[in-house]
Write a protein that binds this ligand. Structure first.
Ligand code: ACO
Length: 330
């Protein structure tokens, strides 16, 4: 079996029009713009409408990515949706996206790995294309976390936003595309970031709803410590696996959760700030959408050039992490 190089040939994103600022949040919970900005770097986030669901945004991001790649729905033979906020527990949001796009030839499934979900999904798609099983994959990261947070809990509701990001993956010329990847998990840390009810452990009931157990629960300081450690380690590991060094990185696209996490990891790694993408001030933490959205914007701003070494790195509930090293070009 021959192994083909695989890369990103198109990117797209979609965010809700409605902006929720820190000043708006000041009127909803006991918080301040100053606290949110200095503790997280977030100024505003986008919030979807009551009648909207993840697949609505996934489809828009996917159409943009397909247009950039120059592929039609008929070309797509695999769709993976990384999400922890599917339209419904069943069926997979990817199946709804497949129908909306008219990508009738495509296999479709969801992948649950929280914020690094898009990186996990890219690695799965890459392997499938590298071996010749599939030729053209849509890999989407989509979250409407606004629907899953408790808007009375100031320790979580100020952090998240809604968005979708999508990439088309296809074979690329030798020397381009994904050079290496790192995926990892420390399941013992599951208790630090989770949604207690609504699954098979505690099915939804009037009591679980009354107690708010279907909302996101988080131990912020523990996640923070974990994040700084794995962002650092995974970045070093992924470039070393590609036979390169941290100094070779042209652009780092870190998970957009908290600017203090990014600053701390980047400082330890010795990467100059101008080589790091930060857009969390405008979107907050959009979980699995965060990296494809940041990458889409970086490309549109001309920050990614042919031949650049781009590294994406993320962490999240699980606890899990993932990193990708890509030589940009198609
Ligand atoms: N406004 C004002 N005060 C607040 C707020 C708020 N929104 N939230 C918490 N506080 C208070 C706390 O109650 C606490 O008060 P106390 O000292 O009287 O008890 C104080 O601020 C400090 O709270 P800490 O939690 O220690 O604050 P910290 O500096 O750790 O910042 C934060 C909290 C921003 C959550 C940080 O820990 C963090 O970013 N952690 C990582 C979280 C993360 O990235 N999660 C997403 C993972 S991705 C995924 O899978 C979805």
């Amino acid at each position: 079996m021959s192994i083909r190089p695989v890369g990103i040939t198109g990117l797209g994103m979609a965010v809700p029009e409605r902006v929720l600022t820190n000043q708006d949040l000041e009127r909803m919970v006991e918080t301040s713009d100053e606290w949110i900005r200095t503790r997280t770097g977030i100024r505003e986030r986008r919030i979807a409408g009551d009648d909207e669901a993840s697949s609505d945004y996934a489809v828009r991001a996917a159409r943009q990515a397909m247009a950039q790649a120059g592929v039609t729905p008929d070309d797509v033979d695999l769709i993976i949706c990384a999400t922890v906020t599917p339209d419904m527990p069943m069926p997979a949001t990817a199946a709804l996206v497949q129908a909306a796009l008219g990508a009738h030839r495509a296999a479709a499934f969801d992948l649950s790995a929280a914020c690094p979900g898009w990186i996990y999904a890219v690695v799965m798609a890459q392997q499938s294309i590298a071996t010749g099983l599939y030729n053209c994959a849509l890999v989407i990261g989509v979250e409407l976390l606004s629907k899953m947070v408790n808007w009375q809990d100031r320790t979580t509701c100020v952090l998240f936003g809604d968005a979708a990001g999508a990439a088309v993956l296809q074979p690329v010329p030798e020397g381009r595309g994904i050079l290496s990847s790192v995926l990892g998990a420390e399941g013992a840390g599951a208790c630090h970031l989770y949604t207690p009810a609504g699954g098979s452990r505690r099915p939804a009931s009037p009591e679980t709803v009354e107690q708010g157990l279907h909302f996101v629960h988080m131990n912020g300081p523990e996640v923070f410590k974990f994040a700084v450690r794995v962002m650092n380690e995974a970045t070093v590991q992924v470039v070393e696996k590609a036979g390169l060094t941290v100094g070779d990185i042209d652009l780092l696209v870190p998970h957009q959760a908290n600017v203090r996490i990014i600053d701390s990891a980047v400082k330890r790694l010795g990467i100059p700030p101008e080589r790091v993408v930060v857009n969390l001030d405008r979107y907050g933490n959009t979980s699995s959408a965060s990296i494809p959205v940041a990458l889409t914007e970086a490309l549109a701003e001309g920050r990614v050039r042919d031949g650049d070494l781009v590294v994406c790195v993320s962490f999240g509930a699980g606890l899990v992490w993932g990193a990708l090293a890509l030589r940009w070009g198609r």
